[in-house]
Design a binder for this molecule. Structure first.
Ligand code: OAD
Length: 258
């Protein structure tokens, strides 16, 4: 895979990044694949290939089967707790020091960009690391569950204010994205000189529109993904390979041309 990355394209992308004033990295679950966190739509290993989203990731599913849904999220939180950022996360965080303004707009709920040291991370789909009351919306604390499994049922704790059920602070199907995050993403995209689109299939909206907005506003688009996606056609340069390989090479290229 490493050998498939064309040196001329890598150099072109690095030169654009080096000259940019504003860079936005738009990331999806492929960004965290090499940290051991599954993607959603990959055949066999993707979460939605193994677990029906309508039974686990909707407000209706939580209302009908709270322990099943909460248990599944406690398992996903456990995966995140034991994961560590990989070389690609660290490379993105290091790029921040080369560009005056660098935002990450992520669909990921794992907090790995923050743990790698990225200072500006806009979370479009919430976070597995936070919980809130499904009734009053207030924040809640939830202890990790030892030995959490995808099918293990866990009763959601009660909210200390209103006795509602705590839920993960993630966006479920049918729910709107957090308005502040979405506004920040549109703003960042419309001012970007360069956008790095890493590890997303580009199938889920409105997140998939963020690179499109950037492109319409004149941003140079670099896609990093081992496979072709719905967003490949709007990319100026496509670097075919895994994030953990491509991003460190892109950073090295930027640093060698400084
Ligand atoms: P998908 O599963 O749809 O796509 C994952 C992408 O990652 C694919 O394009 C893969 O080719 C790519 N990929 C796999 N391994 C990679 C690697 N090592 N490096 C780089 N790319 C790699 O996941 P998302 O696009 O993130 O929403 O899905 C978007 C949303 O759909 C998620 O946020 C989630 C889901 O439903 C919610 O849960 C609200």
């Amino acid at each position: 895979m490493d050998n498939d990355i064309r040196a001329d394209l890598l150099a072109e992308a690095a030169a654009k990044l080096d000259r940019a004033q504003r860079v936005v990295a738009v990331t999806g679950s492929g960004m965290s694949r090499e940290s051991g966190i599954p993607t959603f739509r990959e055949a066999q290993t993707g979460l939605w290939a193994q677990f029906p989203p309508e039974e686990l990731a909707t407000p209706e599913a939580f209302a009908q089967h709270p322990a099943r849904v909460f248990g599944w999220y406690m398992w996903r939180r456990h995966l995140v707790d034991v994961a560590v950022p990989h070389a690609g996360h660290h490379a993105l965080a290091a790029m921040v020091g080369h560009v005056p303004c660098f935002d990450v707009v992520t669909q990921n709920v794992d907090g790995l960009h923050q743990r790698a040291g990225c200072p500006s991370v806009i979370e479009l789909h919430g976070s597995l690391c936070r919980f809130r009351c499904g009734q009053c919306g207030g924040p809640g604390e939830v202890e990790p569950v030892a030995g959490a499994t995808p099918t293990g049922e866990v009763d959601p704790p009660q909210c200390t204010r209103c006795s509602g059920r705590l839920r993960p602070d993630v966006v479920w199907f049918g729910e709107p994205l957090p308005a502040t995050a979405l506004d920040a993403a549109w703003k960042a995209a419309s001012h970007a000189d360069v956008m790095l689109v890493v590890g997303t299939s580009g199938l889920v909206y409105p997140a998939a529109s963020v690179p499109v907005v950037g492109r319409r506003s004149g941003a140079y688009i670099v896609e990093v993904n081992p496979d072709r996606t719905e967003l490949s056609s709007i990319a100026d340069v496509v670097l075919r390979g895994p994030a953990g390989v491509v991003l460190p090479r892109l950073l090295a290229e930027m640093e060698s041309s400084c």
